[in-house]
Every structure is written in C-alpha cells, then in structure tokens.
Write a protein of this length. Structure first.
Length: 176
C-alpha cells in the first residue's frame, strides 16, 4: 500500500470546508489574487467607508449611506438563481483586470453564501486549472464558507466557465 505523501505547505486540496462565521469581508484566495467576501446582513459600514475598496454588489439591495461616495462595479445576480449569459465576459473584462492591477475588491450579497459563493467559485474556475482545482465549489467552501454556492443554477454557471457539466451529486445537494 502506498504511503500518502505529506501535504505541502499551502496545499489545501484535501482541506475540510470552512465552518460558517459572520462574513465581514475576510480575504479569500482566487488563483494568485485575493478578494474580500461579505454579507450585508452583517455590519459592513467600516468596509464600505474604505475609499481604497472597490465594491462588487452581487445583490440589488446595496445599503449605501446618503451622501457617501462609493466605487462600485455592479453585478447583481438573482437570489438562488443562476448567472447571466455574459457572466464569463463580465468577469474577464471587469473583474480579472482589476485583480491583476492590485485593486482591493469587496464582493458581497446578503448572506455571503449563494451569490458571493458563485462569484468566488467562478473566479477560481477561471484562474485555476482543472488539474490544480478540479472542483471550484469545493475550493470556495474550503476557503470561504461551507455554505458557499446554494443553487444548482449557480453550480452550472461555475462549471460552464470551464465548459464542463456539473458533477452529478450537486443535483441532490443544491436547490433546484
Ligand atoms: Zn458562511
């Protein structure tokens, strides 16, 4: 019987899903970059006030303050829905260049699970190879939250970025 090699430092391929905690904008690795992930059900005022942060609302209920200026890349998705047809183009044209230029992005929805989960898993799908990260949803759950990605349509949106079908087990475990 082969002996399992000792995992290299930083190798998270076998990591367990990360237990849920309040999502206040903790950083999540996506490829060579990091993005911050949050939910508006938590108090994010300090995060929204940071002028160096580019906000990526994945919800159409952005709780901004009157008179406050924000830098927003609007990307509202339907709750429990999928992603638009141009999702991949949007990420490649509007998000990846910002990450490459070092902008600090704060992505958020309400709970930070479904829509923020699909955003994170989608970036992982685009930035990491299938060999490196076979399942971007598993990776998003290891790095962000065990509840990341809620609906089958969201899972389809993630795997479509790689031209792949959704693994069959997600048909049972995700909302249809
Ligand atoms: Zn969570």
């Amino acid at each position: 019987m082969a002996i399992n090699p000792i995992a290299k430092a930083g190798d998270t391929s076998s990591a367990l899903p990360k237990p849920h905690v309040p999502h206040l904008g903790e950083t999540v690795r996506v490829g060579p970059y990091e993005v911050m992930a949050a939910g508006t059900m938590y108090d994010l005022d300090d995060r929204f006030d940071d002028p160096n942060v580019v906000l990526v609302p994945l919800t159409d209920t952005f709780p901004g303050l009157i008179g406050q200026e924000y830098h927003i890349v609007y990307a509202a998705l339907p709750d429990y829905g999928g992603v638009p047809d141009n999702w991949g183009e949007f990420l490649k044209e509007n998000i990846l260049p910002r990450l490459a230029s070092g902008q600090k992005l704060l992505a958020f929805c309400v709970g930070s699970h479904g829509r923020t989960g699909v955003f994170l898993a989608s970036l992982i799908a685009l930035l990491e190879s299938s060999e490196e990260t076979p399942d971007p949803i598993v990776a998003a759950r290891q790095r962000h939250c065990e509840k990341a990605v809620e609906s089958f349509a969201q899972a389809q949106g993630v795997f479509a970025l790689r031209g792949q079908p959704v693994p069959a087990h997600y048909r049972k475990s995700l909302h249809r």
